[in-house]
Design a protein around this ligand. Structure first.
Ligand code: FAD
Length: 448
């Protein structure tokens, strides 16, 4: 059996030799306790994809991944877990099985970034030097920014969230226990990962309420801080028709600020009238929490004012430090944050970082490609795919704005395989090539 990624937990080994840097520009830090040609921070979707790609190029001993967690979750499956279609263990793999075998896994948190000294300090006090750094730290869930919410999670099993491993397992039981009343689904006032997920679970729940014969006694409410149901006009029009047909009440510009668990009351600020609060009674509350980049990153020297790693949105190279790149949810590329975006970014990052390592010109450009499989029921899905300009960039030569069972099958059965077997192994750069093949001679990519 292949040896899994070498684990260097709390190790203080000093590796100052062992590889020859091909770069003259970015030489390894002399002060660090360990040095690598490439350090990747984060072993999620983007970190695994990048580490896999570069360990093949640079060889064993030259790539390290700093990642604290023992378990890697396929987060896009969380919607299906909340809907009772998959289990949490279906979405989980040991971290050591998904990190590439030939990289060094430093099992700790990155707590300090020194982009001038070219080193990262970990929570266990190690200084890890690098020639090149890729930051792939994802987003932090800030449940504690909503007054009373952490307590409400403990108090009431009808308060749930698909976004967290600890609470996603409670969603389906809460839907099944719901006997009528108000079922409220929220969308916060910050950038989030998978902007479709807050409403996907609402559609699955609403369908189950009908099946369980509780729908006639209930109000299904989507309270969103946004001013639209979805950021791309074509898909927003489809979703608008669905919420109307299914009698779902959508309240725009409503931001959850407090949960009074004992009273089962949720307090929302009306963003059109700042300071004005509205109280909703609930019998089921699904919360999408406010999010930010992780604290250690947000307070570092490599982020913009909003706390995201400041990259050129086309090359994914840091705007101030040319030997730093960033992939995925934690970077400043202004697109919808998804694993699909990570896939497309990984190909661009691979080409551009390789060019920088070889002293060549960067040639790849990220167009903002992202995708959101908007599950609307058990068996139906609208596959939204779009770019930086919020223009559809569809892969298949059919109208993807329609609910389709083929797209549901793709989401539930094909995408997980693509994720584990291709993306994390560094072999999936998104569907760009297939889009061109499938649409050969057809011109359009689904633009309205
Ligand atoms: C409910 C839900 C539904 C979703 N649905 C979809 C979908 O249908 N389609 C889709 O494409 N995407 C979906 N996503 C989004 C997708 O999962 C993310 O966009 C994707 O995982 C982002 O990858 P990433 O590498 O940027 O971050 P992540 O995969 O979150 O990885 C970040 C990693 O960084 C690590 N890290 C954090 N802090 C530190 C630190 N200080 N030091 C070291 N490491 C650190 C974390 O432990 C983690 O392993 C969904 C997400 C959720 C939660």
């Amino acid at each position: 059996m292949k040896m899994a990624c070498k684990l260097l937990q709390n190790s203080r080994v000093v590796i100052l030799e062992g590889f020859k840097s091909r770069s003259r520009k970015f030489s390894t830090s002399l002060n660090a306790q360990k040095n690598y040609k490439l350090v990747v921070v984060g072993g999620g979707s983007g970190g695994c994809a990048v580490a896999s790609k570069f360990v093949k190029k640079l060889g064993a001993g030259n790539v390290a991944v700093i990642e604290p967690n023992q378990t890697h979750y396929y987060q896009p499956m969380f919607t299906l877990i909340g809907g009772g279609i998959k289990t949490l263990s279906d979405s989980a793999r040991p971290m050591k099985s998904v990190l590439p075998a030939k990289c060094d896994w430093i099992q700790s948190k990155a707590v300090n970034f020194d982009p001038v000294g070219q080193k990262v300090t970990t929570a266990s006090g190690e200084e890890v030097g690098y020639d090149y750094l890729v930051v792939a730290m994802g987003l932090q869930l800030n449940f504690n920014k909503i007054k009373g919410l952490p307590e409400a999670f403990d108090l009431d099993p009808q308060v749930v969230s698909n976004y967290w491993t600890k609470t996603v397992v409670n969603t389906y039981p809460a839907i099944q226990k719901f006997k009528g009343g108000n079922a409220i689904f929220t969308f916060p006032n910050t950038p989030i990962k998978c902007a479709g997920a807050p409403q996907k679970i609402m559609y699955l729940a609403e369908e189950l309420f009908r099946k369980n014969k509780t729908r006639q006694d209930s109000e299904v409410i989507f309270n969103t801080a946004l001013g639209v149901i979805f950021g791309v006009k074509k898909y927003a029009e489809s979703l608008q028709k669905i919420v109307t047909a299914r009698n779902i009440k959508v309240n725009y510009k409503r931001n959850l600020v407090e949960v009074r668990g004992a009273e089962r009351e949720a307090v929302f600020e009306n963003l059109d009238k700042p300071g004005e609060m509205e109280v909703f009674k609930y019998d089921l509350l699904h919360v999408t929490p406010p999010m930010s980049t992780p604290d250690e990153l947000r307070t570092s020297a490599i982020v913009n004012e909003a706390g995201f790693v400041n990259v050129n949105k086309e090359t994914l190279q840091h705007t101030d430090y040319p030997n730093i790149f960033s992939i995925g949810d934690c970077n400043s590329a202004p697109t919808s944050k998804t694993a699909a975006a990570v896939a497309a970014q990984s190909g661009v990052l691979e080409r551009n970082l390789s060019a920088v390592m070889n002293g060549a010109k960067q040639s790849a450009q990220y167009d903002g490609y992202t995708s959101c499989p908007l599950i609307t029921s058990r068996g139906k899905c609208i596959l939204a795919e779009f770019d930086y300009d919020a223009q559809p960039l569809e892969t298949f030569p059919v109208n993807q704005g329609k609910e389709r069972s083929s797209m549901y099958h793709l989401k539930a059965s094909v995408m997980p395989e693509l994720y584990w077997k291709m993306l994390l192994k560094g072999n999936w750069n998104g569907p760009g090539v297939y889009r061109k093949l499938m649409r050969f001679g057809m011109g359009s990519s689904g633009k309205a």
